[in-house]
Design a protein around this ligand. Sequence first.
Ligand code: SF4
Ligand code: SF4
Length: 278
Amino acid sequence: MKAAVNKIISFSNVDGPGNRCSIFFQSCPFRCLYCHNPETINMCVNCGECVKTCPVQALQMVDGKVVWDKKLCVECDTCIKTCKHLASPRISWMSVEDVVEHIKSIKPFIRGITVSGGECMNHADFLLELFKETKKLGLTCLIDSNGYYDFEDYPELMAVCDGVMLDVKAISDDFHYFVTEQHNAMVLKNLRTLLAMHKLEEVRTVVLPGYEDENTKTVTGVSEIIKSECRYKLLKYRYFGVRDAGVKIFGESIVSHDELVRCQKICEEHGCSTSVII
Ligand code: SF4
Ligand code: SF4
């Protein structure tokens, strides 16, 4: 079994508690307008456009498929900017053994691993085997998810998973659909289910500029559900890396600190004392 891995960050301190190895899987069922890694959304369709723009010939078409030479690549991101399909040619097809070998090489320096994306739950079978092997090393395993899949359908995976970091993009279904092109009923079901299972590591909401009413509705709704039972991260909207369609709507700006503080106060007023601004 192999999975499409977009990248591995060996040491991260923003993807859960302690120093963690973050593994980013390719593909996602959401189309978030403000996604910072839009090149992780789709699988490459091998159109070949990026091959022509690579300045160091690190990309080639071989038998109709784009092949990436990691050693030649200078990580200039020209291919990512060229791609019109929200994909990347810089994908590694890795087995569980490949990933575990990397984890073993950095084991003394990390507390655990976090799987992210894209939407890592697109690769749930792979995650189950990866987590089983990682637990044998005495490391913790966290899932960073947009909540598209029903976690109740994955009891084996949940048994070896230490927690889920869940994105709640919006409490209003209409606004959630506008931002992600998907409805939010399953996300909200997962919010409640994971809380009841004591598997909710943290909840995250991106606070958006110019959408104060939606920010209010979302942080109020989430706070009322989670109270102070898990950390609630209020993330700043930043335009860096966001695709043109998102920048057109949310602007070339960063949400103001005042708006974040206003949202944090709403959390406190609704019983959530664990909110943090990131
Ligand atoms: S990032 Fe893409 S365009 Fe730049 S060198 Fe690597 S493969 Fe080529
Ligand atoms: S990464 Fe994008 S531009 Fe490059 S071959 Fe794949 S689909 Fe085409």
